[in-house]
Design a protein around this ligand. Structure first.
Ligand SMILES: O=C(O)CCC(=O)N[C@@H](C(=O)O)c1ccccc1
Length: 368
């Protein structure tokens, strides 16, 4: 396929409620959407960068700039591009995994729409719907947390993930266990907020039978996670540390993680995400699909990925209304704790034009 146009759109989507993590609070999701066209198709994707480099080193303006100045010119020069070529063409450029993921995904969407094949079928989905977890932010009080968790359980979510940080960890977990019992699937996400020296404190979470503790330490502290795994009983899951199939294999070999959060945006796209899935399955390490507060565009692709056989734990693939009163696409609606895997060509969804225009704050056609 030859790229005939690439458009970047900045979209502002207000969250239904502030979402606080150990690295900041989101109230509006400022998204960068990518739309590519080829002679016989179009492709959409969503770049998962935040407005500021707090989750990772990438941020929205930086992603748009690197696409504009380096990535799109390189891809536009390729006469017969396909999704598998994108990673190769962009490999001389270091990092910028979310920007690379957005371009690869848009090209893949265009390719699959032209072929009439769904993302799920292309990736190797083994299910037609996926069980959904939900991520619960750091709250102002325990009562507020319990009300929020109760609402999500009533909505049917099959797993609760609590964001934690020093000062908001053991007590919230204890309160949720005391109120909702030992049966609910419960895990925590620290987003790198702790140090190995906090091991004894983190071991106080062990009695609560958590599924996992996600990314307690710095993303580059793989050895620290291996040491922590020897000091706490709760399984360690890595997110920010896993940037490729190779780093996944190394982290597993070093005993740094027993579970992996597969997040396509963090690793350059769905092709590498599937490689990470395959490496983890080969090592007997369960995976689940992480989220970046995606609109329906990114959510569609994540739900398709979460249907692969090694995704044996519920992911952060929540319904649209977890974050947004109005989604860019037809909303993803939870049904008996599950979301259906889209079956249409490509992502199987597209932005609703009037909704997209209403939420667009800037648009830019890149010269090819
Ligand atoms: O449900 C979702 O999409 C969000 C899941 C979630 O908690 N994501 C976290 C994370 O660290 O993985 C996050 C990413 C970016 C911004 C805020 C939070």
């Amino acid at each position: 396929m030859k790229l005939t146009s690439v458009e970047l759109r900045r979209v502002a989507m207000p969250l239904v409620a502030p979402f606080r993590t150990s690295f900041g609070t989101q109230t509006v999701r400022e998204l960068l959407l990518v739309r590519v066209t080829t002679p016989d198709s179009e492709g959409w994707s969503e770049c998962a960068t935040l407005v500021d480099p707090r989750y990772s080193a990438e941020y929205v303006d930086g992603a748009a700039d690197v696409m504009r100045r380096f990535f799109v010119p390189a891809l536009a020069a390729v006469p017969d591009l396909d999704a598998h070529a994108v990673g190769r063409v962009l490999s001389p450029f270091k990092g910028h995994w979310m920007a690379k993921a957005a371009l690869e995904t848009a090209v893949l969407d265009a390719e699959l729409r032209a072929a009439g094949q769904s993302f799920g079928r292309f990736l190797g989905a083994a299910r037609d719907r996926v069980p959904c977890g939900v991520s619960v932010g750091i709250m102002d009080s325990i009562p507020q947390l319990l009300d929020t968790v109760g609402g999500y359980l009533d909505a049917g979510y099959v797993r609760i993930k609590l964001k934690i940080e020093p000062g908001w960890d053991v007590e919230p977990v204890r309160a949720v266990r005391e109120r909702f019992g030992d049966e609910i699937a419960l895990q925590v996400d620290a987003n790198t907020a702790y140090a190995v020296s906090d091991a004894r404190h983190l071991a106080r979470l062990d009695p609560f039978d958590l599924l996992l503790i996600e990314q307690p330490l710095d993303e580059d502290d793989v050895l620290g996670h291996a040491e922590l795994a020897r000091l706490v009983r709760t399984p360690i899951c890595l997110d920010e540390s896993i940037t490729s199939a190779r780093t996944a294999a190394a982290a597993i070999r070093l005993g740094a993680c027993a579970v992996v959060n597969v997040k396509p945006a963090r690793v350059g796209g769905y092709l590498e995400a599937r490689r990470i899935h395959d490496v983890c399955v080969a090592h007997g390490v369960p995976v689940w699909c992480g989220g970046m507060l995606e609109s329906g565009i990114g959510r569609a692709a994540n739900v398709a990925l979460a249907a692969l056989p090694g995704f044996t734990l519920p992911g952060d693939t929540s319904a649209s209304d977890r974050y947004y009163a109005t989604d860019l696409t037809a909303p993803f609606v939870l049904d008996d704790g599950h979301l259906p895997v889209p079956t249409g060509p490509g992502l199987g969804v597209e932005p609703v034009p009037e909704l997209l225009d209403a939420m667009t704050t800037a648009r830019e056609s890149l010269p090819l």
